[in-house]
Design a protein around this ligand. Structure first.
Ligand code: SF4
Ligand code: SF4
Ligand code: SF4
Length: 313
C-alpha cells in the first residue's frame, strides 16, 4: 500500500464540525457537551481542547477583516494527530501502544498495551495524545486519532473525511495529497492570499495530514518548525533498560525521566503512592516525595526538565 494522508484545505472548511461528530460517532466516543464548555468564552470552538474522548477539534481564530462589510476573517484549523513519520510518541512508548503503520504511515493506537505513563503526551510536539476523559468513560489509557485504521484497512476513507460536505477534507495517497495542496496554495497566492502555505510535507520527517493554510501557520494554530523535546530522545535511549527491570511499573519508568535531574536510571524506581524514589537493589528510599501536594507524577518530573511544548527546543 502507498502511504496515505488526510488532506485539509482550510480555505474550503466551513467549520460545521461534521468531522468532529463523525469521529465521535464512528469511534464510539461520548460527549457531555450540550453547551459551550467554557460558557460564554467568545469562541465557537467547542470543546476548547482535545481530551481523552475527543480526538479532533476544529479551531476558530478570528482575524481582522478588510472591510466594514466583512469585519472578521475566519482562520479555521484542524487539530488532531498529524501522524508524523518521525513519531516521538511511538518512540517513547514503553508498552508498544503507539505504533507507526509502515504501509499507511498512520500512527495507530493499541489501548490494551497502554500503561498510562503519558510519556507520549510529553513527547508530542503538537500536544496531542490525551489521557483524561471528559468523565463519561472510565478510561485509564491514552487516546488520539488512529487515522481510522479500521476503515482504511477496508478501503474506506476516515470517518471525518467521509462527513465533510465541502470537500475540505479528502483522503488518498500522500504524494497526491501533497501535489493537490501545492496546486491550491499556488492558486491562493494568485488570488490575494500571499500568506497561504502547505503544511505537513516536511515537518517531523513528513506528516500524514497535509494542510493548506490559507492565512499561514500561526493563524491556523499550527506549530512552526515542530521538534521532539529532548526527553523523547532520552527515553528512546532508556527503553532497553525498561526490559531489564521488567518488574517495575509505570512508576519505575517515570523515575527514568529522573536521569535528567541526576537519578541513575537502572537502579531507581518511583512509588506513585508515597512519591518516594527507592533503590531497586536495596529497597531504601533515596529521595522522599510529598504525597500531600496535588501535582501529578508527570508534573513532578517534567518541572525539572528543560523542555517545552509546541516546538520549543
Ligand atoms: S466537516 Fe469539513 S467543512 Fe465541516 S468542519 Fe470538518 S473540515 Fe470543516
Ligand atoms: S481519522 Fe478517524 S480517528 Fe482520526 S480524526 Fe478522523 S475520524 Fe477521528
Ligand atoms: S502528532 Fe503527536 S501523537 Fe501524532 S504521531 Fe506525531 S507525535 Fe505522535
Amino acid at each position: 500500500m502507498t502511504e496515505k494522508a488526510v488532506y485539509f484545505d482550510s480555505s474550503k472548511c466551513t467549520a460545521c464540525k461534521g468531522c468532529q461528530v463523525a469521529c465521535k460517532t464512528w469511534n464510539n466516543l461520548p460527549s457531555p457537551l450540550g453547551t459551550n464548555e467554557a460558557k460564554w468564552s467568545g469562541t465557537h470552538q467547542n470543546p476548547a481542547d482535545l481530551n481523552g474522548d475527543t480526538r479532533l477539534i476544529i479551531t476558530f481564530n478570528e482575524l481582522e477583516g478588510d472591510s466594514k462589510i466583512k469585519p472578521v476573517k475566519w482562520a479555521f484549523g484542524r487539530r488532531a494527530c498529524q501522524h508524523c513519520t518521525d513519531a516521538p510518541c511511538a518512540s517513547v512508548c514503553p508498552g508498544g501502544a503507539l505504533v507507526r503503520n509502515e504501509e499507511t504511515g498512520f500512527v495507530e493506537v493499541y489501548q490494551d498495551k497502554c500503561v498510562g505513563c503519558q510519556y507520549c503526551h510529553s513527547a508530542c510536539p503538537f500536544d496531542v495524545p490525551r489521557y483524561e476523559s471528559n468523565g463519561l468513560l472510565d478510561k485509564t489509557v491514552i487516546d488520539k486519532c488512529t487515522g481510522c485504521a479500521d476503515r482504511v484497512a477496508h478501503g474506506m476513507a476516515p470517518a471525518c473525511v467521509s462527513a465533510c460536505q465541502p470537500n475540505a477534507l479528502q483522503f488518498g495517497d500522500r504524494d497526491e495529497m501533497i501535489a493537490k495542496g501545492k496546486e491550491k496554495v499556488a492558486w491562493l497566492h494568485e488570488n490575494g492570499y500571499p500568506d497561504a502555505c502547505l503544511y505537513g510535507e516536511h515537518e517531523m520527517g513528513g506528516l500524514h495530514v497535509i494542510q493548506v493554510l490559507k492565512y499561514g501557520i500561526d493563524a491556523h494554530d499550527q506549530v512552526q518548525d515542530p521538534k521532539a523535546p529532548a526527553t523523547a530522545q532520552l527515553t528512546q535511549i532508556m527503553k532497553p533498560v525498561t526490559g531489564a527491570i521488567s518488574g517495575l511499573t509505570v512508576a519505575g519508568l517515570a523515575a527514568m525521566f529522573g536521569l535528567a535531574i541526576g537519578y541513575k536510571r537502572d537502579k531507581l524506581a518511583y512509588n506513585p503512592e508515597t512519591e518516594d524514589t527507592v533503590s531497586v537493589i536495596t529497597g531504601d528510599i533515596v529521595q522522599h516525595g510529598d504525597p500531600q501536594d496535588d501535582k501529578t507524577v508527570m508534573e513532578h518530573i517534567t518541572e525539572n526538565l528543560p523542555i517545552g511544548k509546541k516546538g520549543d527546543k
